[in-house]
Design a protein around this ligand. Structure first.
Ligand SMILES: NC(=O)c1ccc[n+]([C@@H]2O[C@H](COP(=O)([O-])OP(=O)(O)OC[C@H]3O[C@@H](n4cnc5c(N)ncnc54)[C@H](O)[C@@H]3O)[C@@H](O)[C@H]2O)c1
Length: 441
């Protein structure tokens, strides 16, 4: 069993640390955020992730998992240092590597034994080489036996533990095969395909994967917009496409477009890298344009239905960028709310898990305690995130309490025919009228 230090205890670092501890390793998770670490020490999870609390609690009790803000304590005798810090977008869309640099420099300052530095953060192609340079420069001639391995993370928030424990694949990249093989051993018990490649290729696998998934979503959204005009139903179109084994059904849900802490910054960073190196990422640009437009389209539908959005009350259901997470980074709901507010609407909202996160970034939005409170007195009700609890709402109550019964179902979750029969004006995404070809949206 190995001794592992995980640097950064966000969605990726905390899940990685907890899961490696669960596989029998001794793991110290480190973060510079004191509040976060203090909470973790008291058993309070800093993020909402199904199953995380249980696995953390269990491994802390067995002495395999601990938390600290102290770099020397965290790195002490570590054989592996996993870097899992944030890599947000910089001003030009490039990935900001300042946190990765800090982590690499701390390793260089404190480690005096052989160590493998594993990059789990999503980093631009070439960062593995750069991390090695940062460490070597920082050592200033003092020798250190270290290797850098890229190990991009593919977990999804909301099913992160499952994704870590049963990954489709583990990708490892290094200039030193032996180092990559040592990291591979940490994953052997998961019995999944392990691919070992060079550093830059591993880094590129992550960007290419996220860009491809974002492309599928933008593709189906473009098809949805065409469906609306031509009187087809995008849900059925996607089902028909997805049954083709060459295509498959995933990431073909039309809606408000992609968001979250990864796709937006990763597609942007890939496009930025491409431009920087003289290529023209036309497809990536279109993928981003379609996504931006998708948010605007629902606002236009509401404006057209109401005549104006000025002084109208719009209720928004769901704030997190997808169900089963409290993460609101680049959530489509936030952008839609911003557009609604710009047109003079007053917005109220509810989310099952993201209310705390939302409070600090949505100062003008009235945050409600239930979906029904959101609907009360509203001129329009917009579904932004398809949480389970929104699937079976009592639309009888909602119909009675809304001021204007307009529904914008941006996730194609509800039964439009039933809602229209109840007296709602119902809009969805990519579902044109099947009978006469004119659009209902
Ligand atoms: N969130 C995801 O679903 C996901 C999935 C795959 C890959 N990734 C990638 O993994 C990386 C981490 O993402 P995240 O969502 O976990 O980020 P996050 O923002 O949730 O967490 C990052 C953590 O790193 C800490 N940190 C920053 N600088 C530090 C330093 N010098 N030393 C120690 N800790 C430091 C922060 O305090 C924070 O707690 C990113 O590159 C991201 O693109 C994320």
């Amino acid at each position: 069993m190995s001794r592992i230090c995980v640097i950064g205890t966000g969605y990726v670092g905390l899940v990685t640390g907890a899961c490696f501890a669960d596989l029998g390793n001794t793991v110290v998770c480190l973060d510079v955020d004191e509040t976060r670490i203090n909470r973790l020490k008291s058993g309070i999870m800093p993020i909402y992730e199904p199953g995380l609390e249980q696995i953390v609690d269990q491994n802390v009790r067995h002495g395999r998992l601990s938390f600290t803000t102290d770099y020397p304590e965290a790195l002490k005798n570590a054989e592996f240092a996993f870097i899992a810090v944030g890599t947000p977008s910089g001003v030009d869309g490039e990935a900001d590597l300042q946190y990765v640099r800090q982590a690499a420099e701390s390793i260089a300052d404190l480690v005096e034994w052989p160590i493998i530095v594993v990059n789990k953060s999503t980093v631009p192609v070439g960062t593995g080489d750069w991390v090695a340079e940062v460490i070597t420069r920082r050592r200033n001639g003092r020798p250190l036996d270290f290797n850098v391995v890229s190990n991009p993370e593919f977990l999804r928030e909301g099913s992160a533990i499952l994704d870590f424990m049963s990954p489709d694949r583990v990708v490892l990249g290094s200039l030193h095969r032996e180092a990559a093989e040592k990291v591979a051993r940490l994953y052997l018990s998961l019995r999944c395909p392990i691919m070992i490649t060079d550093l830059r290729t591993a880094e590129m696998v992550k960007y290419a994967s996220n860009a491809f998934l974002a492309t599928r979503i933008s593709f189906i959204n473009e098809i949805a917009n065409i469906c609306e005009e031509l009187g087809a139903d995008v849900r059925e179109v996607a089902r028909g496409m997805g049954l083709d084994k060459r295509i498959g059904p995933s990431f073909l849900d039309a809606g408000l477009g992609w968001g979250g802490s990864c796709f937006p910054k990763d597609v942007k960073a890939l496009a930025h890298m491409a431009v920087l190196h003289g290529t023209h990422p036309q497809l990536l640009q279109a993928v981003m344009d379609i996504n931006r437009n998708q948010r605007r389209r629902v606002v236009v539908k509401l404006r057209r239905a109401l005549g104006t959005l000025d002084q109208k009350v719009i209720g928004v259901l769901g704030l997190s960028f997808k169900p089963n997470t409290d993460d609101i980074r680049e959530a489509p709901a936030l952008e839609v709310i911003h557009l609604l507010e710009n047109e003079g609407a007053s917005v109220r909202a509810y989310d099952p898990q993201a209310m705390q996160a939302a409070a600090s970034v949505l100062p003008r939005v009235r945050l409600c305690e239930t979906a029904y409170e959101v609907a009360e007195g509203a001129d329009g009700l917009l579904l932004a995130t398809e949480w389970n609890e929104f699937k079976q709402l009592d639309f009888g109550i909602i119909r009675q309490t809304m001021r204007t019964p307009i529904i914008m179902d941006s996730r194609n979750l509800w039964d439009g025919e039933q809602l229209r029969a109840m007296g709602f004006t119902y809009f969805s995404i990519g579902r044109g009228s099947k009978t006469n070809g004119h659009t209902q949206g």
